[in-house]
Design a protein around this ligand. Structure first.
Ligand code: NAI
Ligand SMILES: O=C(O)C1=N[C@H](C(=O)O)C[C@H](O)C1
Length: 271
């Protein structure tokens, strides 16, 4: 029992943090060893199991990352960009696998995460579900098979508390479409149309974001061509798909050399 990898969950009180705590507590492949929240959060000092409605588990929510990471084999982190960069450095010092689900990361954040990955295993993906990672592969294939007569649009919908757009998943899908086409996404990306935009530019990859209610996460990749349209779609109806993927990544990472990985590596979906 004690040989099982010990997992710390950051952002414990968040939508994903709560789902992750439940998933780890219910797993027979991992031990739940810590729950981290930001300083001042009302959950600090309270039992994490009780907080998520599973009954007391003896692990109190803490704001002491260094102390928690020292006893972790993996840190599962779905928080916010600045927090994640700080945790990347600490997880690397502790040689713990860092599973990053946080989205909205800018290049400066990504560079710091890459530096941390020289010393420890980092698994990062804008979406940890099996279905989306399959959709990414399909998107690359379809984009490679069609020419620029087929306009590519990525449309995503999320709940009204989401703070970043386009979603991390939409960007993964856009990257895959650009790769399939053999172009750089930053040269063809078209975001946030408003006003007199002019006609659509051939070869662009467009992004649209919908925010409302409690939508967990929905992504369409539209290929709109002359006389026909193809839509590839993923709908997440329960956050457990992300939490299961993240736990799988934490366990998979135990056997890997330091470096940066994604869910395609974890799931073995590469060509
Ligand atoms: N990669 C994936 O599969 C998925 C990624 N996400 C991403 O995960 C992130 C979190 O999403 P939600 O759980 O919906 O957000 P949320 O806002 O419900 O939860 C974030 C939690 O992090 C906590 N937090 C903020 N700073 C912190 C710090 N320095 N230390 C510890 N905790 C801190 C907040 O207090 C909050 O409880 C977002 O970036 C979201 O896009 C969400 C779902 C799936
Ligand atoms: O914030 C969310 O909720 C989600 N974020 C991820 C994203 O930005 O793609 C994954 C999922 O769609 C839910």
């Amino acid at each position: 029992m004690t040989d099982l990898p010990g997992i710390v969950v950051t952002g414990a009180a968040g939508r994903m943090g709560q789902m992750l705590i439940k998933t780890v507590l219910e797993s027979d492949a991992a031990r739940f060893v810590g729950a981290l929240e930001r300083a001042g959060h009302p959950w600090i000092g309270k039992d994490a199991g009780a907080c998520v409605g599973l009954g007391a588990c003896g692990i109190m929510v803490s704001d002491d990352a260094l102390e928690l990471f020292a006893r972790a084999q993996a840190v599962i982190d779905f928080t916010a960009p600045d927090a994640t960069v700080g945790y990347a450095e600490m997880a690397a010092q502790a040689r713990a696998v860092h599973v990053i689900g946080t989205t909205g990361l800018a290049q400066a954040h990504l560079d710091k995460i890459s530096a941390a990955a020289r010393h420890a295993v980092v698994v990062r993906a804008g979406n940890m579900s099996l279905g989306v990672n399959l959709l990414v592969q399909l998107t690359r294939k379809v984009a490679a098979a069609l020419d620029a007569d087929y306009d590519i649009e990525v449309i995503e919908a999320h709940h009204n508390r989401k703070v970043d757009a386009p979603s991390g998943t939409a960007l993964m899908l856009g990257e895959a479409a650009a790769e399939g086409r053999g172009v750089a996404l930053n040269e063809v990306s078209d975001r946030g149309r408003d006003g007199i935009t002019g006609a659509r530019k051939r070869g662009d990859i467009g992004f649209s974001a919908i925010r409302g209610g409690d939508i967990v996460g929905e992504h369409d990749v539209l290929f709109a061509g002359p006389g026909e349209r193809i839509t590839l779609r993923h709908v997440a109806s329960d956050r457990s798909v992300f939490a299961r993927g993240a736990l799988r990544a934490a366990l998979w990472g135990q056997a890997q050399a330091p470096g940066e990985y994604d869910m395609v590596d974890v799931l073995g979906l590469g060509d």
